[in-house]
Write a protein that binds this ligand. Structure first.
Ligand SMILES: O=C([O-])CC(=O)C(=O)O
Ligand SMILES: [Mg+2]
Length: 225
C-alpha cells in the first residue's frame, strides 16, 4: 500500500519572482517558458480580472472528501497557491467560504481546484481567487487519507510543491521552481517587445509586414486578387 504523506517543509519559488510572474500573467509566462506548463482549459475563474502567482501547495484528495485540504492548511505560507486535485474525477463542492477563510488566514493567495467549489457568491464577495472545474452545492465528507505537498498531475501538467503557479482570466500555468526566475526574465523581455508591436499595430501597420509573413504567404501559394 502506498503511504499517504503531509510534507511540511519544501523549497518555494522566491516571493519576488512570484510577484513578477503575477504581473506578467499566465499567457506571457507560458510563452516565455517555451509554450510549456499550460493546464488544459478545464478550470475556470470564479472572478474576473484577477491575476495571481505563488508557490504551489499541492493536495491530492479522495473524490468527495476534503479532509486533506484541512490537513494542508498548516503547511500554507503567505503567498502560496493551493492546488487541489482528486484521485478520480469529481465535481463536488469541496471548498467554500469557510475553508477559504482558513486558507486566507494562513496567507494563501488563491486556490486552483480540479473538482468543485460552493458558496460561490461568498467567495466572490470575500475576493478570494478560485479557479475551479465546477460550482456545486454537493457536500463532501472528511474521511479518507490523501497526500499534501507531493507532485500531482492536474489538467495535463505535473505540479510539484513550491513550483510557480500563475492563474488569471486566461487560465493556469505552472513553471517548475528551478526555471521560475529565468522564465520571469524572458517574460519581461517578451512584454517589452509586445509594447513596440502594439504601438505599430495601433498605427495601422499590418501584421503580415510586422512579422514578415508575405514571403510565407507567397510560398504557400496564397494568391491576392
Ligand atoms: O465545509 C465544507 O465542506 C465546504 C464548505 O462549504 C466551506 O468550506 O464553507
Ligand atoms: Mg460552506
Amino acid at each position: 500500500m502506498s503511504r499517504h504523506v503531509v510534507v511540511r517543509t519544501f523549497e518555494r519559488i522566491d516571493p519576488e519572482v512570484a510577484k513578477g510572474l503575477a504581473e506578467q500573467g499566465a499567457s506571457t509566462v507560458h510563452e516565455a517558458d517555451g509554450r510549456r506548463g499550460a493546464f488544459r482549459p478545464e478550470l475556470h475563474p470564479l472572478q474576473r480580472g484577477v491575476r495571481i502567482a505563488g508557490a504551489a501547495v499541492t493536495v491530492s484528495c479522495h473524490p468527495g472528501d476534503n479532509l486533506m485540504i484541512h490537513a494542508a492548511v498548516e503547511t500554507v505560507r503567505p503567498g502560496d497557491v493551493v492546488v487541489v486535485t482528486t484521485t478520480s474525477p469529481s465535481t463536488d463542492g469541496m471548498l467554500g467560504d469557510l475553508l477559504a477563510t482558513s486558507l486566507r488566514a494562513h496567507g494563501a493567495v488563491g486556490v486552483v481546484m480540479d473538482a468543485g467549489v460552493r458558496d460561490a457568491a461568498e467567495l466572490r464577495a470575500m475576493g478570494f481567487p478560485v479557479w475551479t472545474r465546477a460550482i456545486s452545492p454537493q457536500g463532501t465528507v472528511k474521511a479518507s487519507p490523501g497526500s499534501v505537498n507531493v507532485p500531482v498531475t492536474i489538467c495535463g501538467q505535473v505540479v510539484g510543491p513550491g513550483d510557480a503557479v500563475i492563474a488569471d482570466d486566461d487560465g493556469i500555468v505552472v513553471v517548475p521552481r528551478d526555471r521560475a526566475a529565468g522564465v520571469l526574465v524572458a517574460a519581461r523581455q517578451r512584454t517589452a517587445n509586445e509594447e513596440s508591436k502594439r504601438a505599430r499595430l495601433a498605427a495601422g501597420e499590418l501584421g503580415v509586414d510586422l512579422y514578415r509573413l508575405r514571403p510565407l504567404l507567397d510560398r504557400l501559394g496564397v494568391e491576392y486578387r
